[in-house]
Design a protein around this ligand. Structure first.
Ligand code: GAR
Length: 205
């Protein structure tokens, strides 16, 4: 039986799409059981509908605090029993309300080589800093902003990029590949976290 994947997304959802494609093309052994968004107009919701995936919207303005928002997400996820929660362009901090029940089962994609340029607009930060190489990082989520143990990274040469938008465009396909690859591995084996180090064991036990 494949893994049950829940996706949290705030926007366009192209990384979410890479998971849908990975499932359809047989790379990922699993299904997306629910898409949760904090934004009612996120295009990710439309992608979910097109693929018959249930959706839930949990807007922050309906929550008294960050903790309450995470609690509402936990309640919404409950009946779907996800094995893995993927933050695919989800722009909010995850708190203990979700981290504790889903320890080492929440992953995030970030559009820079962490620990450089965490937070919003990682590509723009990298461009403005003048780095020659940037990339993307898939990591486990902890209570910080893009600080959890690193699972996978890809380097992208950005010397030829003339704007932050060009950096975004150049890095995005590498994000899709890394996201799809990590979720596929998760579906076929397990990631073992030892401190900051993550190693992979093939085969689900
Ligand atoms: C992606 O570039 C992702 O790495 C970034 O948001 C974008 C979402 O695009 N996430 C972060 O910056 C998280 N810190 P998408 O909605 O098309 O997947």
């Amino acid at each position: 039986m494949g893994i049950r994947i829940a996706v949290l997304a705030s926007g366009r959802g192209s990384n979410f799409q890479s998971i849908i494609d990975g499932i359809k093309e047989g790379d990922i052994d699993g299904e997306v059981v629910v898409l949760i968004s904090d934004k009612p107009d996120a295009y990710a919701i439309e992608r979910a509908r097109q693929n018959g995936i249930p959706t839930r919207v949990i807007p922050p303005k309906e929550c008294a605090s960050r903790e309450e928002m995470n609690l509402k997400i936990r309640e919404a996820l409950g009946s779907y029993s996800p094995d893995l929660i993927v933050l695919a362009g989800y722009m909010r901090i995850i708190t203990d309300e979700l981290l504790i029940p889903y320890l080492h089962r929440i992953i995030n994609i970030h559009p820079a080589l962490l620990p450089s340029f965490p937070g919003l607009d990682g590509q723009k930060q990298a461009f403005e800093y003048g780095v020659k190489v940037s990339g993307c990082t898939v990591h486990f989520v902890d209570g910080g902003c893009d600080t959890g143990p690193i699972i996978e990274q890809a380097c992208v040469d950005i010397r030829d990029c003339k704007s932050a938008d060009e950096v975004c465009e150049k890095i995005l396909p590498f994000e899709h590949k890394a996201m799809r690859s990590v979720v596929a591995k998760f579906s076929r084996g397990r990631f073992v976290v030892e401190g900051r180090k993550v190693r992979y064991e093939d085969g689900r036990k």
